[in-house]
Design a protein around this ligand. Structure first.
Ligand code: SF4
Length: 315
């Protein structure tokens, strides 16, 4: 087996971080208390139909506390288990470029000034990256290693409407080129199992992203969370969950298609047990990850092995 990425058959985040920083690097998820234009009525009030009450930041710190306090509380809990390491301050909950520029600057700087922080990760929407924000991100990128996460979820505009994403693919493409023109790394989220999508649709998203100038990807399984608008589709019988085998097979195929230069940050997501309606098998995260490793090995798949084929068969 090729030892290019340690003991994994894909370019995994741990491998990337260890190589870049020379030590173990942990992520600390923060909630800066921002909102989202897709929830506050600017674009819509409903939000993306899968988005939880905490703006997809269910494991982030508590926005009642300052960035500094959230960071240090989580860090000291982590220190009990792992004594050494560096940290990525991760602005995860809601839309983290959606606030007045002075507030954004203050919060980002508060985060990167904490001890042992080596990087900043900012999750946002592609339609919240105006010139002023881009200038600020460029400035931050010169001070520390930065990546920006964009929640694309799917390349299919028809699905984007169903999930109430609130922007179309052209908006994503502009944001991506604006960020890359400023040399800022981009990590894209995609979700498998969205309503109305079959395997062909999911693979279309993978193929599209594989050929883009992105530096990282997060693969997620669609989680049905209590209290989200997705519940009504489920109750009307309009949502079918992927089963574990289907998911593992799609992930393995996607790994084979993904450019070997793109870091895979995630192969499945986390959902709070008390809020998850389904699929319940997704709670067994280690079993899923082991099953992906096994499947890759059994089929002798490596990241990028179908990449040339991917490039030549784009829709
Ligand atoms: S853009 Fe993010 S925070 Fe806003 S509704 Fe969608 S998933 Fe939730």
């Amino acid at each position: 087996m090729d030892k290019k990425w340690g003991d994994k058959r894909y370019y995994n985040l741990n491998y990337f971080l260890r190589n870049k920083f020379g030590c173990k690097v942990f992520k600390i998820s923060l909630d800066a208390g921002f909102s989202c234009p897709n929830r506050d009525g600017t674009i819509s009030k409903g939000g993306c139909i899968f988005c939880s009450e905490r703006g997809s930041g269910d494991f982030a710190g508590d926005s009642k506390f300052s960035i500094k306090n959230q960071f240090n509380n989580i860090k000291s809990m982590m220190n009990k288990k792992w004594k050494e390491g560096k940290y990525i301050a991760y602005f995860q909950a809601y839309t983290n470029t959606y606030a007045p520029i002075t507030i954004l600057k203050r919060k980002y700087e508060e985060a990167i000034n904490q001890e042992d922080v080596v990087a900043l990760a900012i999750a946002t929407r592609p339609d919240c990256l105006g010139e002023e924000v881009l200038d600020l991100l460029e400035y931050i990128n010169k001070k520390t290693y930065l990546w920006v996460e964009l929640g694309l979820q799917t390349v299919n505009d028809k699905t984007a409407k169903i999930i109430n994403r609130g922007y179309d693919l052209k908006v994503f493409e502009k944001a991506l080129s604006d960020l890359r023109n400023r040399n800022i790394d981009v990590v894209v989220h995609s979700i498998f199992g969205l309503p109305g999508e079959d395997k062909k649709d999911m693979i279309r998203t993978v193929k599209y992203l594989s050929t883009k100038d992105i530096q990282g990807i997060k693969f997620h399984l669609l989680h049905l969370i209590k209290g989200t608008p997705l519940m009504s589709l489920y109750e009307n019988g309009e949502l079918e969950f992927l089963d574990q085998n289907q998911y593992v097979n799609i992930i393995c195929e996607s790994i084979g298609m993904m450019s070997p230069d793109i870091v895979i940050h995630r192969l499945t997501g986390d959902a709070p047990r008390n809020l998850l309606v389904g699929p319940m098998w997704s709670l067994k995260k280690w079993e899923i990850l082991n099953s992906i490793d096994k499947n890759l090995k059994d089929k002798d798949i490596f990241q990028g092995m179908y990449f040339n084929f991917t490039k030549n068969t784009l829709d």
